[in-house]
Design a binder for this molecule. Structure first.
Ligand SMILES: Nc1nc2c(ncn2[C@@H]2O[C@H](COP(=O)(O)OP(=O)(O)OP(=O)(O)O)[C@@H](O)[C@H]2O)c(=O)[nH]1
Ligand SMILES: [Mg+2]
Ligand SMILES: [Zn+2]
Length: 332
């Protein structure tokens, strides 16, 4: 029988809900996979070079397990359908990325850390044009984390229906010049919602941003009835949801998946080594390697190409200050 390709939406107690083009299936792991996972967890897995975002995050470790030590939400799998509602997971496809639970403050990622979310590839960073006023320093922080994690960021400025300060437009223009996608949306008028829906198709996307900017409202605007459906998802396994350890994906009817808040916590705890921070500010990149000191951190060193570029107006002063602030946070 032909295998179906699917994506793991949730999992608890060895039962995984897998989304396939033939609907959702309640799945268990094939015995052989279960055994391989158990061995990987004991550290006897086949080790190999990781590729892509994983490699970048875990460069220090040089090598990581190719086979994850457990199946995670977001993993793409091959499933053998057993009946209308159930299936058997036969194969796990290689991960493109992973967000792991980590000790806050620890600089190194632990290769055995529990993966909260696999294959996340996009982040929508939501701010309101007003109420609350946008905090662009926080936007810079999220953008830097996205650059480091190799996640595609989309800047979403919501509540565009409300009268707001002209400076918001000016600052938004700066991010557009840097090459970032800036989307203006309103849950009141529907402006930008269709564009946002298009950008989510085929991606696993996380929504993040401060409280009150309209993240939940945007999700509701994108997918009316989402709240109802998510309630059904948790009852489908017949078990309580263990929200402290597990995350969940929500399929969008127009295509794509939304990641829930467990991903936000992992992303917020993302640490960037200080020597890698400058390259996470995209406009710094042309100047890297031009400083007098090869280990220049671009703060108070002489003959710093980055600081010269700020002086010459080639790098925005406020963005540079965001860099310095993040560098100091990382030092703590
Ligand atoms: N005028 C206007 N109000 C909005 C818009 N989007 C959301 N709001 C309002 O802003 C308030 C906060 O919206 P939420 O969707 O709860 O914000 P959130 O980002 O999910 O907040 P947290 O869950 O606390 O992180 C609500 O009163 C919404 O009705 C918008 O586009 N325009
Ligand atoms: Mg909310
Ligand atoms: Zn420098």
């Amino acid at each position: 029988m032909e295998l179906l390709t699917g994506i793991v939406l949730s999992g608890a107690h060895g039962i995984y809900e897998v989304y396939t083009d033939q609907g959702k299936l309640r799945c268990t792991l094939r015995g052989k996979l279960k055994k391989a996972f158990a061995e990987a967890a004991r550290g006897r897995s086949v080790r190999g070079k990781a590729t892509g975002p994983l490699a970048r995050q875990q460069r220090a470790e040089a090598e990581v397990a190719t086979l994850p030590s457990r199946l995670s939400v977001g993993d793409r799998v091959k499933v053998r359908r057993l009946d209308a509602e159930t299936g058997l997971i036969e194969e796990v496809l290689p991960r493109q990325s992973e967000l792991a639970r980590r000790d806050v403050g620890s600089r190194e990622s632990n290769p055995r850390a529990q993966t909260l979310l696999a294959n996340l590839d996009q982040v929508v960073i939501v701010f309101a044009t007003t109420q609350p006023e946008p905090h662009f320093g926080m936007l810079d922080r999220y953008l830097a984390i996205c650059e480091h994690a190799e996640l595609h960021p989309i800047i979403c400025l919501n509540k565009v229906d409300l009268p707001h300060d002209k400076s918001v437009e000016e600052t938004a223009a700066l991010y557009q010049q840097l090459g970032y996608t800036v989307l203006w949306t309103s849950c009141e008028t529907g402006q930008g919602i269709e564009q946002l829906r298009e950008l989510l198709k085929g991606h696993i996307t996380l929504f993040t941003g401060p409280s009150g900017v309209g993240k939940s409202s945007l999700v509701n605007a994108l997918e009316p009835g989402m709240a109802v459906r998510t309630g059904m998802v948790s009852s489908a396994t017949g078990k309580g949801r263990h929200t402290t350890t597990s995350s969940q994906l929500y399929p969008l009817s127009s295509g794509g998946w939304l990641a829930d808040s467990a991903g936000i916590r992992a992303l917020a705890a993302w640490n960037i080594p200080e020597e890698e921070l400058a390259s996470c500010f995209v406009e710094f990149r042309p100047y890297l390697g031009e400083c007098f000191y090869s280990d220049c951190l671009h703060v108070d060193e002489d003959n710093c190409a980055i600081r010269q570029a700020v002086k010459d107006g080639l790098i925005n002063e406020r963005r540079y200050q965001s860099y310095v602030r993040m560098l100091k946070e990382e030092e703590r």
